[in-house]
Design a protein around this ligand. Sequence first.
Ligand SMILES: [Zn+2]
Length: 174
Amino acid sequence: MSNSNHPIQITPNFSYREMTRSETASRNGIKNIPNQAELANIKYTANQLEKIRSYLNQKYQRPIGIIVTSCFRNETVNRLVGGSKTSAHRYGLAADCDATGFTSRAFAKEIIEMRDKGLIAFDQLILEFPSRGDGAWVHIGFKKDGRNQRNQILTAVKRGGKTVYLQGLQAGAK
Ligand SMILES: [Zn+2]
């Protein structure tokens, strides 16, 4: 399928490639291409990431980059990565990300601070596997059109090989 119609940039600092790339897709020769509605969702997500980026840049008076490792997953990719059928990634409404110069925990705390100041609303913020250090990441998910966001904060940990979600940002969670 030809896909020359997608934009190069979704927003000034987030590219189409960054928001749709998937190692699983490329390894399996799958094209991870959003439809128009999904593309609109990706843009919504990228706009939220822009808000976070400019908040951090202003607060720390230095350029801070936000690195997105996964945003949109089409049905096949989502199945291959073992994502839930209702995963916000499936619709382009979630990003797995980190900020340059921040631990995942510190980055998550900044987003929560933004929420407390009324600068952002999210459906789910998950600190994913903080005990992994550099292998940790922050999942931020949104509801479409920004309505009915649950503002849920969770920490994902492995317990006996299974992923368990604990309420809140857990200090020292292994
Ligand atoms: Zn995620």
